[in-house]
Design a protein around this ligand. Structure first.
Ligand SMILES: *[C@@H]1O[C@H](CO)[C@@H](O)[C@H](O)[C@H]1NC(C)=O
Length: 200
């Protein structure tokens, strides 16, 4: 049985979707528990499963998984068998640690003031920022070899690569620690990263 992205995401805790988007409100992020019933992904490649099937499984990244749902081009890609991707999913705690929300841009606040995300135009701005955030964390390559320089789905993004340093996988050039490879499936892998990428 192949589950669709929406089924999976609907089963996870809904957070940060634009349908309940309230920029002025404090986002409630649930306590994160690793699901101990998950199979050990290090030993298991699931060839008949898609990224869209597994992204909602891990509660520690369900904020990012929820954001993907709002970006149709990316969620469609992850639901497509012949387009491989490596998803660099930031931990909920990493998104929580940002100075603002993923849809907030300090430059826009500076230019437009506190109402930058109000109204239709504000919503459109927020939507675009979420799209950029989501795109910057998906690489259109899998398997992704160590040292291989690639660009994310974000237009104009700089090159990134990863390296193994003393047994720790680091996303470069920012030196972001890759906590683990959470899933290996037919159209790619989900890697959990400990900090949000810096992208312009
Ligand atoms: C896509 O990923 C699968 C699973 O790892 C792999 O077998 C296949 O060779 C990859 N395809 C490309 C074009 O990289």
């Amino acid at each position: 049985m192949k589950l669709s992205l929406l089924n999976i995401l609907a089963a996870s805790t809904p957070v940060l979707t634009l349908t309940n988007f309230q920029p002025q409100n404090q986002l409630q992020i649930p306590i994160q528990n690793q699901d101990s019933t998950m199979p050990n992904p290090h030993t298991l490649t699931q060839p008949n499963v898609l990224l869209s099937d597994v992204l909602g499984r891990d509660r520690s990244i369900n904020t990012y998984a929820g954001l993907i749902r709002d970006v149709e081009t990316v969620s469609t890609r992850l639901d497509t068998a012949d387009s491989n991707s490596t998803v660099l999913a930031p931990l909920n705690s990493a998104i929580d640690a940002l100075p603002g929300k993923p849809w907030e841009d300090q430059h826009e606040y500076n230019a437009l003031g506190a109402s930058a995300y109000d109204g239709d135009e504000g919503q459109e701005r927020a939507r675009r920022n979420i799209r950029r955030f989501v795109q910057a964390h998906v690489v259109p390559v899998s398997p992704w070899k160590e040292g291989e320089r690639v660009r994310s789905l974000l237009d104009g993004d700089r090159e990134i690569w990863w390296e193994n340093k003393d047994g720790v996988m680091l996303l470069q050039p920012d030196g972001i620690e890759i906590q683990n490879v959470a899933s290996k499936v037919g159209n790619g892998e989900v890697w959990i990263i400990k900090a949000v990428r810096k992208y312009a």
